[in-house]
Structures are given as structure tokens and as C-alpha cells.
Design a protein around this ligand. Structure first.
Ligand SMILES: C[S@@+](CC[C@H](N)C(=O)[O-])C[C@H]1O[C@@H](n2cnc3c(N)ncnc32)[C@H](O)[C@@H]1O
Length: 223
């Protein structure tokens, strides 16, 4: 596992055995802000959103969401699932907080220091539940419906078992009607499988270096 630089100066993690990194090499902060914050969190009109993230990883999406929640004074409950939590000797070297502000670094440390499997207040408008678990067999029905879904697993070519109709049906059942799902992947198979699981799908322009990304809106249940 190696910490490497991306084009906007922010770090990401590279996994040599998988030949995969946690974020785009064209800018980790840039990509996360564009895909998850601008097109996901900021797009949903709900005043008190619940966010569910697939793949907590470095905590970057979580940090950016906490900062946006504070900026907008928008009380937010963030739930994230992670099968392989990173060690402190890795997360403490990541530069996301430092690059943004002193306050961001403080929040980033709190995000990583708080306990797993327990709801923790992080800042005035942001609480966090980090679930240590495997999305594939985790029972999501014990979680309340969420308004915004960040689908941020490793790529479909590297981890196909995370991009299946079965997983998308689980995620769809967790999503409130009108809820928004965003992902960096723009694969046709992913778009069609998400559509089949109940999302109205749109291909949006992608972040730097990618032509497209996907956003889905959960359809109302049929009566
Ligand atoms: C692309 S990285 C996510 C990056 C992360 N969202 C961030 O902001 O740094 C994918 C993450 O999914 C996690 N993951 C892989 N398989 C998983 C599974 N079955 N259940 C939960 N998390 C999983 C990986 O360990 C990794 O942290």
C-alpha cells in the first residue's frame, strides 16, 4: 500500500497487488468534490439528509461532506461501510485536511479517531456512523432509509462482485424515494443494472480525466 500524489496535490492510496487506487489520479479532492458533493449531496434538496457511503476508505468523501454540512448549516447523518479499515499510520499521513484548512484537519482527525459501529458527533452539523463490515453480507434493512448514496467501491473491472444486480437491489431498498445515488463509474452495465433496480439514471459529464459519471434518482414505489 503506497500513498501517492494526484494532480491537484492531494494524496490517494495505491494498491500494487490490485493495480488500483482509491481516487482519480487527476485529483482526489477535485474528483470527490465534483462527483459526490456537487452532483450528489448538494443536488438533493432535503434539509436534514442521511448519506450512505459504500467504501469509507481514506475518509475523504466523509470529510468533504462534513465541511459542506458546516458551510450550509445542514444537519447531516453520514453512514459509511468499510470492509478493510486503513491503519492509523496511513490515515495520519494523508494530506486532505492540511491542504484545506486547520479546521478541516481537525475534523479529519476526529473522523478517523472516532469509534467504529457507534454513532459519533463530529461537528455541530455532522454525525457519523462508520460500520466495519462487508457490504455483500451486511443486513442493510436495520438502517433507516438514506437520501444520498455515494457508491464508491473499487472499479467494476477490479471488484465485479460489488457492482451486481443483487448489491444494487440492496442499495435501492435502502434509498428513500427521490433519493440520489452517485458514482464515478459510467459503465453501461452499471447504468442498466441500477436502472433495473429502481433508479432513473442519467449520464453526467465526468470529473477531470473522465468523460462521464452516473447519477440515479430513486423512483417512487409503484402502488
Ligand atoms: C475506491 S475506495 C473508496 C474511497 C473512499 N470513499 C474515500 O473517500 O477514500 C473503495 C473502498 O471500498 C472498500 N471495500 C471493498 N470491498 C468492500 C466490501 N465488500 N464492503 C465494504 N467496503 C468494501 C475498500 O476497502 C475501499 O476502502
Amino acid at each position: 500500500m503506497q500513498i501517492i500524489n494526484t494532480s491537484d496535490g492531494s494524496h490517494t492510496i495505491y494498491l500494487p497487488e490490485m493495480n488500483e487506487q482509491y481516487h482519480s489520479l487527476n485529483g482526489a479532492i477535485t474528483e470527490s468534490n465534483y462527483v459526490y458533493i456537487d452532483n450528489g449531496y448538494n443536488f438533493h434538496p432535503c434539509k436534514i439528509p442521511k448519506v450512505f457511503e459504500v467504501g469509507f476508505g481514506t475518509g475523504l468523501n466523509c470529510l468533504l461532506t462534513a465541511l459542506q454540512a458546516e458551510k450550509d448549516k445542514r444537519p447531516t447523518f453520514y453512514i459509511s461501510i468499510e470492509k478493510y479499515p486503513l491503519e492509523k499510520n496511513i490515515t495520519s499521513r494523508l494530506n486532505f485536511g492540511i491542504l484545506i484548512s486547520v479546521e478541516a484537519q481537525h475534523i479529519f482527525e476526529k473522523i478517523h479517531d472516532c469509534k467504529w459501529n457507534k454513532v459519533e458527533p463530529i461537528s455541530k452539523n455532522f454525525s457519523l456512523l462508520k460500520i466495519k463490515g462487508d457490504l455483500i453480507d451486511y443486513n442493510l434493512t436495520q438502517i433507516e432509509h438514506c437520501d444520498v448514496i455515494y457508491f464508491d467501491a473499487f472499479g467494476p473491472d477490479k471488484q465485479p462482485e460489488m457492482w451486481t444486480p443483487l448489491i444494487f437491489n440492496k442499495i435501492s431498498s435502502l434509498t428513500s424515494a427521490g433519493g440520489v445515488l452517485v458514482t464515478y463509474s459510467a459503465k453501461g452495465d452499471v447504468r442498466r443494472a441500477l436502472a433495473a433496480s429502481g433508479f432513473e439514471m442519467a449520464r453526467l459529464p465526468g470529473p477531470p480525466g473522465k468523460i462521464h459519471m452516473l447519477r440515479g434518482i430513486k423512483k417512487e414505489a409503484k402502488i
